[in-house]
Design a protein around this ligand. Sequence first.
Ligand SMILES: Nc1ncnc2c1ncn2[C@@H]1O[C@H](COP(=O)(O)OP(=O)(O)OP(=O)(O)O)[C@@H](O)[C@H]1O
Ligand SMILES: [Mg+2]
Length: 272
Amino acid sequence: MTVLRITDLDVHYGLGRRRRQALKGASLEVRPGEVVGLIGETGSGKSTLARAVLGLVPASGGRIVIDGEDVSGYRNRQWRSLRRRGVVQYVFQDPLRSLDPDLPVVDSLIEPLLIQGVPREEAVAKARTFLPKVRLDPELLDRLPAQLSGGQRQRVAVARALITEPKLVILDEPVSALDAANRVGVLEILKDLRATGIALVFISHDLGSVAGIADRVAVLYQGELVEVGTAREVVATPRHPYTRLLISSAPTLRTAAAGRAEREALRALLTA
Ligand SMILES: Nc1ncnc2c1ncn2[C@@H]1O[C@H](COP(=O)(O)OP(=O)(O)OP(=O)(O)O)[C@@H](O)[C@H]1O
Ligand SMILES: [Mg+2]
């Protein structure tokens, strides 16, 4: 049983001479309740993979199956209907993108429920009970996004993604914009979520922040998934030079950390 299965997924951007391949034959499975960390450097295709699963960029090849439903041939209307059902939710890399700056937090939070046809009063009541789960005070509901801290906005975006009780949540770089204390706070919220059976794909540059919470780690390098394994396997016996470089560069994985010379050697291997 899988919540998400992508097989040989290709995504291209641009047309004609500008056409570039951003994902090359990516295959990945996510099971219910599983936390998969998707890591890779900037431009490696992490957000592209997330967007393809949401139908926000078209796949040029391969298959995507979400909760048993083959969505590969879906047209825009079918994607919209799938997104409306809230089976998969995406927390954007930029938390401001998930929140309308002109609307009080409560309105952003209940929007996915209103789209599903839940009456407003019921939706607001649910929002109130939901905020403590992401460790936010319900009194923030009446504020505008600009009146919240970056960390609070991020939590509202996480709460907005969770409120439809999705089976899969993709969090794009949810901690990178945050300071250390908020980073730990959001990671703790995510750990709590695992108990609820929601599957999570957690996107990050930083293997260190992913390895601690992910059941499995998938490493993207230049549009290819070069390595997928349990966090322990990937850290202990990385197979791809890029993964070895990530491990040697991760300050929180100091035990496996290599010296500068080794990092440079790995870089040289990658650019060869
Ligand atoms: N709308 C677009 N049009 C053309 N090219 C794009 C578009 N979006 C992304 N790309 C390109 O596709 C590649 C993958 O981008 P993507 O945003 O998936 O990377 P990422 O791994 O999420 O990077 P980051 O860690 O910086 O967020 C990059 O080379 C990027 O320039
Ligand atoms: Mg990205």
